[in-house]
Design a protein around this ligand. Structure first.
Ligand SMILES: [Zn+2]
Length: 146
């Protein structure tokens, strides 16, 4: 049974009634109305402070969810279209490569980002591949004590 998560409000949903699957496009969030849901193979429980970043197949930012601004200081429009690794100065871009090349999850990566103000911030990063034809990936950033 596919699991879905809304990148914007982090509301999780399960395709119980099969309704989500009928649409060729990704279904919209029934909770906040965001344009699409991200499909996950297994359920995932984001933390309160987790922020999601949706990227295309070239790892460029398509959208950011609730919590990303609090975490990074960047507004969505400042990140859109930018390479996620470069824009946030991810201390290790390898998980992004692995997820894109192999289509596997990379969870619990202890990385650092640079906030808009230029401060280093320790995060736990989870990376999920997209399962639709467009490819792409979902990045979940959660602050951690460094
Ligand atoms: Zn939502």
């Amino acid at each position: 049974m596919p699991h879905y998560i809304c990148p914007r409000c982090k509301e999780r949903s399960v395709d119980i009634d099969g309704r989500e699957g009928f649409s060729t496009d990704s279904p919209a969030c029934r909770h906040c109305g965001f344009g699409f849901l991200f499909e996950l193979l297994d359920d995932y429980y984001p933390a309160q402070a987790t922020g999601f970043i949706v990227c295309d197949q070239d790892a460029r930012v398509l959208a950011t969810g609730r919590g990303v601004f609090e975490l990074t200081g960047f507004m969505e429009e400042e990140l859109m279209g930018r390479d996620v690794v470069e824009a946030l100065h991810l201390s290790n871009g390898e998980p992004v490569q692995v997820v894109r090349e192999w289509g596997v999850r990379k969870l619990g990566q202890e990385l650092a980002i640079k906030t808009r103000a230029g401060l280093d911030k320790a995060v736990t990063a989870d990376f999920f591949p997209a399962y639709d034809d467009d490819g792409g990936l979902l990045v979940a950033l959660t602050p951690r004590a460094s």
